[in-house]
Design a protein around this ligand. Structure first.
Ligand code: ATP
Ligand code: MG
Length: 350
């Protein structure tokens, strides 16, 4: 059966890195018999230009019908005065697809160790994933109020919301090194106390997974002091937002990091964590690795196409090891030359 992938190229460097990623996918699929078809739809600023809306009906329908969704990056100054924000499309598609789990890998492959702000012996071998709850918590809780003399935000979690994100994390851990770290602030927050109770109830269902618990402040320290400790971190929305940016920083560049947003059922959405980088659009300086890594994540998590993903991973590692790197990693390769070098590796390597 052929996999259907909805492609949302987006804005500014979005289409540049999408084109690069899809060229790499094509080469790797051809050598590993991964069968797929692409369906491209306007989204974000490009969709506002074409239809007046950031998430046109046809785009949403196409995304819902697909097996996985690839998104590059959207928005930028061109739409500063538009009647609708390109980013409104992202919120709308997340909501429509019920994407409650945001999954962000932090991996420091050997060729990128020198790019990390951390010492080589500390960061070498880092390979963990943050599973962040995306649809609840303090960003959504009511009441919220802003007055001159006080302000209120509210953190609310339903037990069912906590359980489903924990299970998503435990299941992911079973495909990795089987180690979950639940991050909370259970010494202070009621939501965190509930979080920990439910984690203790759920954990016995995954007897092959080791669980530990960390307060978020301690976890923030450990990410820079001993990042190799972690395999799968599961945490709530606000803590995950902060920790995943911290984790991105230790890899040395925004331009390489992918993400998956997962729903209860239906397709996952894969995208780079960075924005549309208007400052470098059209210059050839866009690092395509964030998109290529997003495609690898898609191959593994949505299609169990590990052979195809491994093929790309090896080609990327060999390309970087040969010193071919884009400017954000300290090199001089363009988006196109980087992509061609990776494709060359795919074609020549076993
Ligand atoms: P957003 O609000 O959409 O997240 P932002 O203001 O955080 O956008 P980004 O678009 O993420 O900004 O870019 C931040 C910086 O990182 C910019 O200088 C941009 O050029 C650079 N950058 C982002 N993505 C890449 C990439 N793939 N390759 C090279 N540089 C990148
Ligand atoms: Mg940003």
């Amino acid at each position: 059966m052929s996999a259907t992938i909805a492609v949302l190229p987006g804005d500014y460097i979005g289409p540049e890195i999408m084109q690069a990623g899809l060229a790499v996918l094509k080469a790797a699929a051809a050598t590993t018999n991964f069968d797929y078809q692409l369906k491209s739809y306007p989204f974000g600023g490009a969709a506002i230009d074409a239809t007046g809306e950031p998430l046109p009906e046809a785009t949403l329908k196409g995304a819902q019908a697909a097996d996985a969704i690839l998104l590059a990056a959207i928005g930028g100054p061109k739409w500063d005065d538009a009647p609708q924000r390109p980013e409104a499309g992202l919120l709308a598609i997340r909501k429509a697809l019920g994407l409650f789990a945001n999954i962000r890998p932090t991996q420091v492959i050997p060729a990128l160790v020198p790019r990390s702000p951390l010492k080589a012996d500390i960061v070498s071998g880092t390979d963990f994933v943050i599973v962040r709850e995306l649809t609840s918590g303090i960003y959504f809780g009511e009441p919220r109020e802003l007055a001159a003399d006080h302000a209120i935000d509210t953190m609310v979690y339903q037990a069912s919301e906590i359980e489903r994100i924990l299970r998503a994390g435990f299941e992911l851990a079973q495909t990795r090194r089987r180690h979950v770290t639940v991050v909370d602030k259970a010494n202070v927050l009621a939501t965190s106390k509930l979080w920990r109770q439910i984690a203790e109830q759920v954990a016995p269902d995954y007897p092959d997974v080791t669980v530990d618990y960390e307060y978020v402040d301690a976890a923030a320290m450990k990410i820079v002091q001993q990042p190799t400790h972690f395999d799968v971190i599961i945490t709530e929305n606000l803590f995950g937002d902060i920790l995943s940016d911290e984790a991105a920083t230790i890899t040395g560049s925004l331009g390489t990091i992918p993400s998956e947003s997962r729903g209860i059922s239906g397709p996952s959405l894969y995208e780079p964590i960075h924005g549309s980088a208007p400052d470098i659009a059209g210059t050839g300086k866009a690092d395509p690795l964030s998109m290529i890594n997003s495609i690898m994540l898609m191959l593994r998590n949505s299609f169990q196409a590990n052979t195809t993903a491994d093929k790309i991973a090896k080609a990327v590692a060999a390309t970087l090891a040969a010193g071919i790197m884009p400017p954000d990693l300290g090199g001089t390769a363009t988006t196109e030359s980087m992509t061609n070098a990776i494709i060359e590796q795919i074609k020549t390597r076993e």
